[in-house]
Design a protein around this ligand. Structure first.
Ligand code: ADP
Ligand code: MG
Ligand code: ZN
Length: 503
């Protein structure tokens, strides 16, 4: 529950409450398309993966991809939805240049699954989002908008790539349970994590692998969900989703304040302009004329087949975060960041299995290692988890500075050499000789007499600065703990010498 104060702050002075519901589209991880044997790969040259079925040429007969259905069922179960023993296919008619058939095959009155929930981390206003339904459908093509006139053609316009036609998607429809733009962003994140953990979808937002239509309206607190709403189409990043919803909420608020009548509308988000653009208003609302798909029989899913899929869903991201927090003592915010994507989460678990201290490993992974992401095979990390665990162990044993650890890490990536061997090299041997360290301390004191006086006068925050300066002079090879001790000793001497001088 949120306090009345928080609610007032959230809703604004006018007491209006934001109502948001999402329609999320995720690409399923299949090799081939939903109704034909064409490849479903991303990034192929335009119009390479086509056939009469996905182009909808007359007489071509679709055949359902079993793996896509199995993945849809997995998605439903991972989201806690009920899979229906029978679902049916429908044609959704509309005209758009990226839709050569003139209709999309989807599920309408009889969806694959109903219900389900997404639990949100604690964000403004929403904690749990109920799901309305989940269904299977095929994707449309993609318009490639050229930004400049091509030399060979008069026309400046769009070309179309049909590779994506017929690629399998699930659509997940939430109830209008979200109460803020950031909550909608969290919901999209959570859905991505759940689908990725269940192996259903690769969740590649940058490739259009997860997109969302966001519906938003304003209502007086406690009233029913209004009929008039805006739908912002095709948002493919968390940031765009949140920004688009914030902009549209502001626009609706301003309209209401002016006493203008709101009408339902379909909008597009223009990220560069930071504003929504009208796509069509209520009068032009599409009438999709849904019809039963005559070429495909209803899907009948044997309950034992569904049960077998549900038996090995693997660890959910919620369970994973809970395990990290409760069993490994990882801070909640870090558990949140580590579970943002599957490869990162798996890497962290591997690091801990290799003996790394969990919180230390989490800190290192999130602060240092993330920068190296993408340099390894298939865009992964360039170092095996056991090599990183070894570096962390050596750091702890020799109390090597953060700065040196960074250098060693870079060298490990560059040369593929283990930390043990690198640190055995003379230029990285720890320097423990107190005379040498003391000399650096004195040197630093001489360079900053005013700051030394302030430190001596009790401005302890300066200690970090002085430790850092000494560590710099040692090229990171001094032991920070020893440096701190020697600094304190020298400071006492320095202060008493100063008083001597006064006398
Ligand atoms: P349609 O059949 O027109 O697509 P639905 O009732 O299926 O409409 O709702 C589609 C999406 O819009 C759902 O995610 C739902 O939660 C959301 N929605 C419905 N009414 C509102 C509203 N007033 N404000 C915000 N979202 C809404
Ligand atoms: Mg809809
Ligand atoms: Zn095809």
């Amino acid at each position: 529950m949120i306090s009345p104060d928080a609610a007032r702050k959230r809703d604004g002075a006018d007491g209006m409450e934001v109502v948001i519901g999402l329609e999320l589209h995720a690409q399923l991880r299949t090799r081939t398309k939903l109704f034909c044997a064409c490849r479903a790969e991303f990034g192929a040259r335009p119009n390479r993966h086509l056939c009469p079925i996905c182009l909808g040429l007359p007489g071509a007969l679709p055949v359902v991809n079993r793996r896509a259905v199995a993945l849809g069922v997995r998605a439903a179960l991972a989201l806690g939805a009920q899979v229906r023993p029978r679902s049916a296919w429908a044609r959704k008619h509309y005209f758009y240049p990226d839709l050569p058939k003139g209709y999309q095959i989807t599920q309408y009155e009889e969806p694959l699954a109903v219900g389900g929930v997404v639990d949100l981390p604690r964000v403004e206003g929403s904690e749990r989002v109920e799901l309305e339904r989940l269904h299977l459908e095929e994707d449309a093509g993609r318009l490639l908008h050229s930004t400049r006139a091509s030399a060979s053609s008069e026309a400046v316009g769009s070309r179309v790539d049909f590779n994506r036609c017929g690629v399998p998607l699930i659509e997940i429809v939430t109830r209008p349970d979200l109460r803020s733009a950031p909550a909608a962003g969290s919901c999209m994140r959570r859905v991505k994590q759940i689908l990725e953990h269940a192996g259903v979808s690769a969740g590649r937002l940058e490739q259009g692998g997860l997109r969302c239509d966001a519906n938003v309206s304003l209502r007086r607190r406690g009233r029913t969900v209004p009929a008039v709403r805006s739908e912002i189409k095709n948002l493919n990043s968390y940031r765009h989703l949140v920004r688009a919803l914030e902009a549209e909420t502001r626009r609706q608020r301003a309209m209401m304040r002016r006493g203008a009548r709101l009408v339902s509308a379909t909008l597009l988000w223009d990220e560069r302009a930071g504003a929504v653009r009208m796509m069509r208003s209520k009068e032009e609302m599409a009438d999709y004329r849904y019809l039963p798909e005559p070429d495909l029989p209803p899907l009948r899913l044997p309950p034992d087949w569904v049960a077998r899929i549900g038996a090995d869903l693997g660890e959910t991201p919620d369970a994973r975060r809970a395990r990290w927090e409760q069993e490994l003592g990882v801070r909640r915010a870090d558990a949140e960041r580590l579970s943002a994507d599957l490869a990162l989460a798996d890497y962290f678990d591997a690091l801990v299995r290799c003996g790394a201290d969990p919180q230390r490993g989490a800190d290192f992974l999130l602060s240092e290692l993330l920068a190296w992401r993408g340099r390894g095979e298939e865009g992964g990390f360039p170092l095996a988890p056991d090599a990183v665990a070894e570096l962390l162990r050596l750091q702890r044993e020799r109390s090597v500075s953060a700065r040196l650890t960074k250098q060693v890490l870079a060298e490990m990536v560059r040369t593929g050499t283990r930390a043990e061997r690198l640190l055995a090299r003379s230029r990285w041997q720890p320097i423990r000789d107190p005379k040498q360290v003391r000399a650096w301390v004195v040197d630093v004191f001489r360079a900053h007499p005013r700051l030394v006086a302030e430190l001596a006068a009790g401005r302890d925050a300066l200690l970090r600065f002085f430790v850092g300066e000494v560590m710099k002079r040692s090229a990171g090879r001094a032991d920070p703990q020893r440096v701190r001790e020697l600094l304190a000793q020298e400071l006492r001497q320095w202060a008493s010498a100063d008083r001597e001088g006064e006398r």
